[in-house]
Structures are given as structure tokens and as C-alpha cells.
Design a protein around this ligand. Structure first.
Ligand SMILES: Cc1cc2nc3c(=O)[nH]c(=O)nc-3n(C[C@H](O)[C@H](O)[C@H](O)COP(=O)(O)OP(=O)(O)OC[C@H]3O[C@@H](n4cnc5c(N)ncnc54)[C@H](O)[C@@H]3O)c2cc1C
Length: 371
């Protein structure tokens, strides 16, 4: 049977693309490698699914604002709210982050599944589409259009950019983003499990590469937490150059003020007791301890495992796609949506926002025989 649209990947972007195309009367099939669709959606936002962000310029949170802007400005928060309402999901906001009102990722996935079923989209699970051949033929199916929505290999995903290679598409190198960082073990001694607010910087011989305020959680081989995640996004976009992390445990104090204060108050009065022990081990006087508290160095930063990342930096080369329609410039009728493209956003709902917006875009622009 020939489909108007074959969607490869039943994640956020693939489901939204299939719903959008099927609502236009197009005959759609979704091919999903796993035994059920949307597994990653269930893991998002610690199970609460941070769907979007109220930032008026969300494209600025991405590695490629110019590429992302046409899609996100046409399918911004208002359009996304309407989409979620249309599938039966009410939303709520918490400090600029948009969640389903239920705070349950499963309600989002259930709504997507119910809508694809209602629209008669054929969903084929346990089926890997490992290449797309001109025609279009993939996974034993034939379609007038293909939307590649295969996501990334971050956490439980797989890297399926290569499926588009037979069509002449290129993939950029992939690095873990929104991920823990590996560092040398020197200054990690005794800190495993310690969780503290910091001002963090990644610094190389070229200068400061990234800065982020947030939480650091010490591990036995590096650091996690929001500050590490934020820095990993910048480092991923730079291909993880050689650098060190510098943590400021007292950003509210200048070096001079902290030096004076440490003459009266011990380091335990400023930082976690395990950190204070390492500070005392590295410096004897107030000025030395202040320097260590303001600049605690973790050398030898490298990328953590893709299996612990929330997003992938890299993917299908953007220059080969029309940023307005997400149609391939080298193979008409082939589209890409979501994280399979070389598009990655910061933490805060931006990645799911892009997945939904790009899914809508591809679903609106596919063409085909009408039922
Ligand atoms: C733990 C975690 C928490 C996160 N939390 C948030 C959050 O709260 N907010 C946010 O904005 N972002 C979050 N993200 C990122 C967000 O989940 C992803 O950016 C988003 O899901 C990408 O959607 P997608 O449709 O492109 O890919 P995916 O959701 O990964 O879907 C791709 C689908 O394609 C399937 N597939 C892959 N290759 C093939 C193939 N060859 N054939 C058939 N099927 C294939 C996969 O099995 C998968 O089901 C989180 C990510 C993780 C890992």
C-alpha cells in the first residue's frame, strides 16, 4: 500500500507531524523502532514533561537561531497551546516553563496516541527504518513523502541520521548536550553526592567558553546538575575543546570581602563541610582559602556519556533543508523534524517546543494523494 506520508519515529515530533498531516486528510504511517511509541516523552521533565517555554524569543535558546526562527515564530506558544488543547491537554506555567496541567508526561503521550488512532494513522512498532531510498521506500513501505523524526541517541534514543544518507544527506558530528561533565578526579576527593549552588565557568587557553549559574552535583568522575548541564550545551556546540571548570562557591562575595570575612568566620561557615575540608587542604590563610572558594578548579573536562544526555548536539546538516518548510533541498518530498536535525536547545522546554513546532511544520508541508 502506498502512503502519502511515512513518518520515521514515534516520538514528540513524529506524532505531531503525523497528526498534522492526517488532519489534512493525508494517509499516514508511523514507523517506530521500539515496542511502543513515545518512550522518551515519558522521561521528560522528571516525568512532568516540560513542553514549552514562554520566552518571547525562544529561537535564541538554540544553537542555530536563524534556522529555528521561521518555524518557531510561526508555531510559537499560542499555536502550540491550541494544538495541545485540540488533543485534550490543558497546560500550566511555572516560572516560564510550560507543563501539562496534570504534571504527568503520560497524559501527553496518551493524548497523542489517542489522536493518531482517531485519525486512522497506522502505527507500526518494533520496526527499524534504517535507510530511506529514493522513491520513497523505507521499512518495507512506500510513500509519496517521508518525514524523518528519528530523534537522537541521547539517553534511550538511537542515532538514525544515517537513514537519510542514500538521499544525499550529510550528518554533522554528534556530542552530548544537557549532560553531566567528566573531569579529573583531583579536586573531587570526598565530594561525591555533595550538591551546591555555584557560579560555574568553562575556561580554556582561549578564555571563557561558557558561564552558568545553577546547581552542581559532585559525582565520582565529574559533575552533574543544572550548571553542568548548561555548560555542556555550550561545550557540545564547540565540540568539547580542552578546558577546565572553575566553580565559584561564593559568587555573592568579592575576593576582597571574602578574604576579610574568612578572618572571622571559618570556611565551614561559607561552604559545605566537605568542600571546606578540601579548601583547608589547599590553603592555610584567609586570602588563600578565599581564592580557592572563589575559583575551585576541576581540570580535564570532557564529555559525559550520550546515555546520560538529555539532548544531542549535531545531526542532519541544516543547510540541506528549507528552514520554512523543513523539506529537503536535495530530495523533494523528504522532510526532517525534531532532534534528528542539527538543532539543540537549552534546558527549559525548548527541545520539546522545537520537536512539536517542527513536527507541525513538516506535517503542514508534505503533499500527496488525498483519500
Ligand atoms: C531524560 C530526558 C529528559 C528530557 N526532558 C525534557 C524536557 O522536560 N523538556 C524538553 O523540552 N526536552 C526534554 N528532553 C529532550 C526531548 O525529550 C527531546 O528533545 C525530544 O523528545 C526530541 O523529540 P524527537 O521527536 O525529535 O525525538 P524522540 O522523542 O527521541 O523520538 C524519536 C523516535 O524515533 C524512534 N526511532 C529512531 N530511529 C528510528 C528508526 N531508524 N526507525 C524507526 N524508529 C526510529 C525512536 O525510538 C524514538 O521513539 C529530555 C530528554 C531526556 C532524555
Amino acid at each position: 500500500m502506498k502512503y502519502d506520508v511515512i513518518v520515521i519515529g514515534g516520538g514528540m515530533s513524529g506524532n505531531v507531524a503525523a497528526i498534522t498531516a492526517a488532519r489534512r486528510g493525508l494517509k499516514c504511517a508511523v514507523v517506530e523502532a521500539e515496542s511502543r511509541v513515545g518512550r522518551k516523552i515519558l522521561a521528560t521533565g522528571n516525568g512532568k514533561c516540560n513542553l514549552a517555554n514562554t520566552d518571547p524569543c525562544p529561537w535564541e535558546a538554540f544553537n542555530a537561531p536563524d534556522f529555528v526562527k521561521p518555524v518557531l515564530s510561526k508555531h510559537g506558544l499560542d499555536i502550540q497551546k491550541k494544538f495541545w488543547e485540540s488533543v485534550g491537554i490543558a497546560l500550566r506555567e511555572d516560572e516560564g516553563r510550560i507543563y501539562p496541567h496534570s504534571l504527568e508526561a503520560s497524559s501527553v503521550l496518551n493524548a497523542l496516541r489517542a489522536e493518531t488512532e482517531r485519525l486512522g494513522v497506522r502505527v507500526i512498532t518494533d520496526c527499524v527504518a534504517d535507510s530511506v531510498l529514493p522513491g520513497y521506500k523505507t521499512a518495507g513501505l512506500e510513500g509519496a513523502n517521508v518525514i524523518l523524526a528519528s530523534g537522537s541517541n541521547a539517553t534511550m534514543g538511537r542515532n538514525s541520521c544515517a537513514a537519510a544518507k542514500p538521499l544525499g544527506h550529510r550528518c554533522t558530528p554528534i556530542y552530548p548536550s544537557l549532560a553531566p561533565l567528566i573531569t579529573d578526579k583531583g579536586n573531587l576527593k570526598g565530594l561525591k553526592g555533595v550538591r551546591v549552588p555555584v557560579s560555574a565557568k568553562a575556561v580554556s587557553e582561549r578564555g571563557t567558553l561558557s558561564e552558568c549559574d545553577g546547581e552542581i552535583i559532585f559525582k565520582d568522575n565529574g559533575v552533574s546538575g543544572t550548571a553542568a548541564f548548561g555548560i555542556s550545551t555550550d561545550l557540545a556546540r564547540l565540540g568539547y575543546p580542552e578546558c577546565r571548570l572553575e566553580l565559584d562557591f561564593a559568587p555573592d562575595y568579592t575576593l576582597e570581602k571574602l578574604t576579610e570575612a574568612l578572618k572571622k568566620i571559618p570556611p565551614e561557615g561559607f561552604v559545605h563541610k566537605e568542600i571546606a575540608r578540601n579548601v583547608r587542604a589547599s590553603a592555610a590563610d584567609a586570602a588563600g582559602m578565599a581564592r580557592v572558594i572563589k575559583r575551585y578548579v576541576l581540570a580535564g573536562v570532557s564529555s559525559g556519556s550520550m546515555s546520560l544526555a538529555q539532548a544531542a548536539c549535531g545531526g542532519l546538516e541544516r543547510a540541506q533543508f528549507d528552514p520554512v518548510t523543513l523539506q529537503s533541498l536535495v530530495s523533494p518530498g523528504f522532510f526532517a523534524a525534531g532532534e534528528v536535525l542539527d538543532v539543540d536547545g537549552e534546558c527549559g522546554g525548548f527541545n520539546l517546543m522545537w520537536a512539536a513546532a517542527s513536527g507541525m511544520t513538516a506535517g503542514e508541508h508534505v503533499f500527496g494523494r488525498r483519500r
